[in-house]
Ligand binder design. Structure first.
Ligand code: NAD
Ligand code: UDP
Length: 313
């Protein structure tokens, strides 16, 4: 992408901050928009003072009047713990945020990428999940605020595209982990590593036989960058790592890599927790020539090293 004005909503979050790094380093003029709901100034602290980086405290529920050539719409709490703590707010962020940022893109003639999610597939009945699958989502369960909010956002993106000609890209992001996740984020990788490092019980929900496929953050950011630059097919594209693991195996791997003597403590499985999740990334491979390159153990080692520093602080 030629140097241009890039707006990132949710830029102070886990993924957004890594995206800011990548775009600032590439010489773009980067505007990081965030209300610091789950994000933090710490994640972008090192970028403050750079001439091509600025922070705008703003809630995407409200319209925003700035000029941008590209927009990454990342704003939305992503951890079940956080998005379920204020579900009405989650729906507003997903839906009003999409409307406001699509309006901005329409006004500016900008290309806009939506951070969608594997949650649009819900508790999937097809495995692995391909982009053509319409999903199996409970519309009124505890995860619905996020799942249906993100599904409605995809609808809005395609309607703005068809009705107003807005230049859209849709990434369906699968479970991603890495440095800068919040210690209290509540998602499984950060929970298990923090618990292992502090000698606390590893909280395994259900019997641990449910599966996920974990993507390291650097791979994910590369996928988003390629999608943003991609001409033609707007998506949706699954962006994730197809290497599938049970959550029990993940707990055992974290225990081994940290050398922790924490015990595993079984807790009830949250309702509507998807049983099996793995992306089919054939479409991203074909159109974006993208696939993840970081093996789970290597990514976990980087993430453990990061959380060790956090624990010492
Ligand atoms: P995160 O919670 O770390 O980051 C979200 C950011 O959005 C935070 O900085 C938060 O303060 C900000 N935000 C929330 N509501 C806002 C609002 N109303 N106005 C302005 N800013 C707001 O989560 P993340 O893991 O970095 O996820 C980023 C995006 O990617 C989200 O849209 C999420 O749905 C999507 N996603 C992430 C994953 C993953 O595994 N990390 C998987 C699927 C989809
Ligand atoms: N999980 C767990 N212990 C935890 C946190 C999560 O066993 O402390 C499980 C959770 O029930 C789910 C999986 O790990 O089956 C992934 O959960 P996460 O919240 O990271 O993301 P999800 O993919 O469910 O949105």
């Amino acid at each position: 992408m030629n140097a241009q004005s890039v707006l990132i909503t949710g830029g102070a979050g886990f993924l957004g901050s890594h995206l800011c790094d990548r775009l600032v380093a590439a010489g773009h003029d980067v505007m990081c928009v965030d209300n610091f709901h789950t994000g933090s100034k710490q994640t972008i602290h090192h970028l403050i003072g750079k001439v091509n980086f600025e922070v705008i405290r703003h809630d995407v529920w409200l319209p925003l009047y700035v000029e941008a050539g590209r927009v990454f719409n990342m704003a939305c709490p992503a951890s079940p713990v956080h998005y379920q703590s204020d579900p009405v707010s989650t729906v507003k962020t997903a839906v009003l945020g999409a409307i406001n940022m699509l309006g901005l893109a329409k006004r500016c003639g900008a290309r806009i990428l939506q951070a969608s999610t594997s949650e649009v597939y819900g508790d999937a009945q097809q495995h692995p999940q391909r982009e053509t699958y319409w999903g199996n989502v409970n519309p009124n369960g505890p995860r619905a605020c996020y799942d249906e909010g993100k599904r409605c956002a995809e609808t809005l993106f395609f309607d703005y595209h068809r009705q107003h000609g807005v230049d859209i890209r849709i990434a369906r992001i699968f479970n991603t982990y890495g440095p800068r996740m919040r210690p209290d984020d509540g998602r499984v990788v950060s929970n298990f590593i923090m618990q292992a490092l502090q000698g606390e019980p590893i909280t395994l929900y259900g019997d641990g036989s449910q599966t996920r496929s974990f993507c390291y953050v650097d791979d994910l950011v590369e996928g988003l960058m390629r999608l943003m630059d991609h001409e033609g097919e707007p998506g949706p594209f699954n962006i994730g790592n197809p290497s599938e693991i049970t959550i029990r195996e993940l707990a055992e791997t974290v225990l081994r890599l940290t050398g922790s003597r924490s015990r595993i403590e079984y807790r009830p499985l949250p309702s509507d927790d998807p049983v099996q999740r793995r992306p089919d990334i054939a479409k991203a491979r074909q159109h974006l020539e993208w696939q993840p390159g970081v093996a789970l153990e290597d990514g976990l080692k980087e993430t453990i090293a990061y959380f060790k520093k956090v624990v010492k602080q």
